[in-house]
Design a protein around this ligand. Structure first.
Ligand SMILES: Cc1ncc(COP(=O)(O)O)c(C=O)c1O
Length: 335
């Protein structure tokens, strides 16, 4: 059966044109500082985000971990949303490798509230782990793919900096936010000390993320990447795919957003409980998430239950209009 794969935007396969660019990439040993394509990618993404430097890493998880490690000391506390990726889905790496304590906030709604952030910063006292970093996620994966309003981002980094915290933006889907808000990337990330962004989520690259920040943090992150075994040799083959994705697959994210809206509207018209669709994710409330996941898979639609009563459907480069129609039909046949 030909499956419509809506499990994640990470399932995309490199296009023929992307593979051709990868095959022709000029490469060297990046651990020795010799790979011109990796260097070009790092310079390109740093410039695009208006920051000084970047580091190409294997995954968003490593980009977030390095961001946390370079802006904290062991024993510090990191403030973040309870649904944030490092708290929910990064295998406890921040505690395991950076030695920090994660302090989850924001138990209602997708966005962090600056007042709540400030009230979580406790005064110096030997009983407390000092909060030294705020992490913000945009778009908000478990928050329905929501896009932070720009003024909320600004209020958050201002509040955090005012309280002496550094700030990190987990922009795994930064370019979805850029396209949905029609705001350039450098404007969206302005004021954050570091940004993680992924080339493999919706942009269609097979592997790779970047940590983007100032020169000092990136130099330290490079050493920590090496310590974690994340130094890669002829990684220009992968950087070439990321560069291709930045050139060819950013603007087209608008198509994914339109298809996600069509999917959400179609399901809502049929009476399903659909959360507001802001980017490429459609969250649907159901009576039994795992049972729906199973039933949909039997009808050729792959997706994940996110919790006992919530399904997540993610639209991406490899999903066309026919795939959206098939997904809607499958819901109709089951429901
Ligand atoms: C918001 C967010 N941050 C970070 C990551 C981690 O990325 P990776 O799977 O490349 O480690 C993900 C993965 O889906 C994500 O959704």
């Amino acid at each position: 059966m030909n499956v419509v794969d809506l499990r994640s935007d990470t399932v995309t396969r490199p296009t023929a044109a992307m593979r051709a660019v990868m095959a022709g990439a000029e490469v060297g040993d990046d651990v020795l500082g010799d790979d011109p394509t990796v260097q070009r990618l790092e310079a390109t993404i740093a410039e695009r985000l208006g920051l000084e430097a970047a580091l190409f890493v294997p995954s968003g998880t490593m980009a977030n971990l390095l961001a946390i490690a370079v802006s904290t000391r062991r024993g510090d506390e990191v403030l973040l949303h309870i649904d944030a990726h490092p708290f929910q889905h990064e295998a406890g790496g921040a505690g395991m490798f950076a030695g920090v304590q994660l302090h989850p906030l924001g138990h209602g709604g997708p966005f962090l509230d600056p007042t709540e952030v400030l009230s979580a910063v406790r005064p110096p006292n030997d009983h407390y782990a000092p909060a030294t970093l705020l992490c913000v996620e945009d778009t908000v994966n478990k928050g329905g793919g929501a896009v932070y309003p720009l003024d909320r981002l600004r209020d958050l980094h201002r509040a955090a900096h005012g309280a002496g915290l550094a700030t990190h933006l987990d922009g795994a889907r930064l370019f979805h936010a850029v396209v949905a808000s029609a705001t350039p990337a450098d404007v969206r990330v302005r004021g954050f000390d570091s940004v993680a962004t992924c080339f493999s989520k919706g942009l269609g690259a097979p592997v790779g993320s970047a940590l983007v920040s100032d020169r000092e943090r990136i130099a330290l992150a490079r050493r920590y990447r090496k310590a974690l075994g994340g130094g890669m040799r002829q990684s220009g083959v992968l950087a070439a795919a990321a560069l291709y994705a930045l050139d060819h697959h950013v603007d087209r994210l608008a198509e994914d957003h339109a298809r996600a809206r069509a999917l959400g509207d179609g399901l809502a018209t049929m009476g399903f409980d659909v959360e507001p669709v802001a980017t490429n994710m459609v969250y649907v409330g159901v009576d039994d998430g795992p049972a729906w996941q199973q039933a949909l898979s039997e009808h050729g639609v792959a997706c994940f239950a996110h919790g006992p009563r919530r399904l997540r459907l993610v639209v991406h480069l490899d999903v066309d209009d026919a795939g959206i129609r098939r997904a809607i039909e499958a819901f109709g046949r089951i429901g």
